[in-house]
Design a protein around this ligand. Sequence first.
Ligand code: TYD
Ligand code: MG
Length: 456
Amino acid sequence: MKVKKTFICSSCGHQSPKWEGKCFSCGEWNSYNEEIVEKPTKTEKKKSLWSGSANKKNKINLIQDIQVNTSPRLKLSDQELNRTLGGGIMPGSITLIGGDPGIGKSTLLLQLALKSQYKVLYVSGEESQEQIKIRAQRIGIDNQNCHVLTETNLPKILQQSNKMLPDLVIIDSIQTMSSPLVDSTPGSISQVRECTADLQAFAKESQIPVFIIGHINKEGHIAGPKILEHIVDTVLQFEGDRNHLYRILRTKKNRFGSTDELGIYAMESYGLRQVENPSELMLSQSDENLSGSTVASTIEGLRPMMIETQALVSQAIYGTPQRSATGFDLRRLSMLLAVLEKRAGLFFGQNDVFLNIAGGLKVQDTAIDLAIISALISSLQNIPVDKSNCFAGEVGLTGEIRAVTRVDQRIEEAARLGFERIFLSKHNKISKKHGKSIEVVPLSKVEDLLDYLFSV
Ligand code: TYD
Ligand code: MG
């Protein structure tokens, strides 16, 4: 083994013999870390620990002659996860689950192992077997199929898996795994990269699917080089507010399905509960009409979801007014405030503005804009918006209300939950006939909303 020190970009994995301020390869600033890499000498290269696929002769095939492995996807009892993965787990696939610490990644995958009809090997490098057992007792053990291994040495894990031949392998945190071929510490870029590559080779050859848990860094990206996300077949992101009940499992990348789907869970004392009807839970329980609170008809993934937005606009006491948003992009909030000032003559300059999306969820659908500006105006003017109204529209820079996608689905969901009026862009084409129970109010610009709801 030749020992060599090198600098590796934590964003793209580019290597450089000296420290660089800016990565030449991906343009990231201050991303180089020093690591020890050991170059295997020629003889050592030959007997690398997992050399399965190297032994097989790869030959060139005509695309028509390639046999497709028709073994079906593994269907889980967890419908939300099935849906997120595009209809079950593909054999030989490798899936990365990322999320904040304590969000419930280990719980999600242990629960999968405890409730699945497949033979699962759960490998943990973070917790002891007793800790895992205690967690399993909280969730409830349903079958005889969950096998636990606490180990951090990857070649040993692969050897054990190869002996046991489970239907599914779960690696609880790639950051704790290490390969003896790389001399740097577990969690370092070269270790993470090496271990993932080995796991991928293992999955592809044995056709055993592998789930990997990955930590995320301060900025919310999966820690480790970006190439980690390139290597794996599917990247799932588990998000939500740790202090809230709800969690969303989003697909960021999926080679075997769409990235539109998402799973919704609630964290209970007995593990994660699947939430089939998210709308009913996101609405607040108060019956009163209060100013600053409105409901948006959003679509997350392919599912409609009614979400309550709350705004509080109050007189600023200190010099610089505060702007704060939970579950919504702060820059987008500033943009909406600027639109209201410029186009509707409403001034927020002397006010603190707080915005909150109920349920602790992060909403990515821009159709929530209209509900947010209504909540802002409602709080500013202290005029409540009736609880029977809901909103779906994007707000543009000129104050125009823009059309949103899947409008029929949104109206249907609103009608189902008993809303009597939905505010939309007038450019939205409504193809289906909706019952008389819901009135559709078309708007073309922000001023229309003011006339309709806030003129006294
Ligand atoms: P965990 O799966 O350990 O998170 P991660 O692996 O993403 O770091 O879950 C962490 C939290 O979930 C923990 O703070 C306790 C809570 N929890 C419950 O509320 N109910 C449960 O049944 C379990 C197992 C955990
Ligand atoms: Mg964990």
